[in-house]
Design a protein around this ligand. Structure first.
Ligand SMILES: NC(=O)c1ccc[n+]([C@@H]2O[C@H](COP(=O)([O-])OP(=O)(O)OC[C@H]3O[C@@H](n4cnc5c(N)ncnc54)[C@H](OP(=O)(O)O)[C@@H]3O)[C@@H](O)[C@H]2O)c1
Length: 333
């Protein structure tokens, strides 16, 4: 049977999704964005990847976050997204905010990693081809490169904007001092940094503790948090063992040995607090980040439409009592 042509939900902007302004920019991002790091590669079911992308867009998720090496295999998440663009999203390109990145290992040899102009420029050209796009909305330097002059990396970002291959630029996982340099360098060239992307969840509060959130706010830059569910730890996924189809079962990006009895007890405690709030643990974990108005959006991952459905409910209640926050703090360490 031929699949019918995708037609998005007509009420996609009336489903409860809220949009937050990204720093001092003109861009609004949905409180929940979808990341394609896992479950969109060529090892995954294309039908499931498409279902998730459609479900996301149907529910107001306009921001899709990619990187050159998401897969596996490297590049294949972008290829999957390229197929989704071609088959479904093409008429809606102007409703989408699509990001990609370069900075980690991508191709062999000296020019396929880190922060050189050579790598960033070539990588974005490859990403655009894979995604069937003329431009991305946002291109990130994926990590700080201590061995490349920061000016070189940042000037490459500026020039990529001038070439029309991205509308905005961002930085990911930069130390605070390097971020300060980047914000200044980019602003002086009239290419203000749009977003800082950093890991942020109940167990990892570095962006707040290191002052990255406050710094971004002061510089008019947005902050987007990745792995808000601690790759699945902050969900009901591992409450009763390690499911065969879970990320942890692969023992690669999420190692089995981190799930100690002690951590499991803390997760179970958090799960109880969530239940008392009438939320799943995943919903509460997302709400906990979104309660902070220094956060523009959270980028979730998902392996099924069911998980997306659950996660989208988080935005219905993002307020916490003092007691709840204290109890969460105790269980976070
Ligand atoms: N800038 C960077 O360096 C960087 C680094 C990492 C990630 N990111 C971005 O952040 C995005 C999200 O990262 P992440 O995938 O680690 O995010 P995450 O939201 O912390 O974890 C997603 C995983 O949690 C599980 N999950 C999600 N919702 C669930 C639910 N309702 N119930 C039970 N389990 C649930 C799923 O695991 P299963 O697959 O086991 O079902 C899912 O794959 C990435 O796609 C990427 O765009 C950026």
């Amino acid at each position: 049977m031929i699949n019918p042509i995708y037609s998005p939900a007509t009420d996609r902007y009336e489903n409860g999704m809220r949009y937050r302004r990204c720093g001092n920019s003109g861009i609004l991002l949905p409180e929940i964005s979808l990341g394609l790091w896992h479950n969109f590669g060529d090892v995954n079911s294309l039908a499931n990847s498409m279902d998730m992308a459609h479900y996301a867009f149907d529910h107001g998720i306009t921001h899709f976050d990619l990187a050159n090496n998401y897969g596996p295999s490297y590049g294949s998440a972008e290829e999957t997204f390229g197929q989704i663009m071609k088959k479904s999203f093409h008429p809606y390109r102007d409703e989408l905010f699509i990001s990609s990145k370069a900075g980690y290992d991508m191709w062999p040899g000296p020019y396929g990693n880190w922060g050189s102009r050579k790598y960033l420029m070539a990588s974005l050209d490859q990403s655009l081809k894979r995604m069937n796009l003329d431009y991305v909305d946002l291109f990130y330097s994926h990590r700080f490169d201590p061995n490349t002059p920061l000016e070189e990396t940042l000037q490459a970002l500026v020039d990529i904007v001038r070439q029309g291959k991205t509308l905005y630029v961002g930085i990911s996982r930069y130390p605070k001092e390097a971020a300060a340099f980047a914000y200044k360098y980019l602003a002086e060239r009239d290419v203000p940094c749009l977003l800082y992307q950093g890991r942020y969840h109940i167990f990892d509060r570095e962006p707040k503790e290191e002052g990255i959130l406050q710094q971004a706010k002061e510089q008019g830059v947005g902050f987007i948090g990745f792995s808000p569910l601690a790759q699945g730890l902050l969900t009901n996924r591992y409450l009763n063992g390690i499911p065969e189809d879970s990320r942890m079962a692969k023992d690669f990006h999420l190692k089995k040995n981190i799930l100690t009895d002690e951590l499991l007890q803390r997760i179970k405690g958090l799960n109880e607090i969530a239940a008392q709030r009438g939320q799943t643990l995943a919903e509460m974990a997302l709400a906990w980040i979104l309660k902070n108005d220094l956060v523009t959006s959270v980028i979730i991952g998902a392996s099924s439409v069911k998980q997306l459905e659950d996660n989208l409910k988080s935005i219905r209640n993002i307020s916490f009592t003092e007691e709840e926050l204290k109890a969460i703090d105790i269980l976070s360490k």
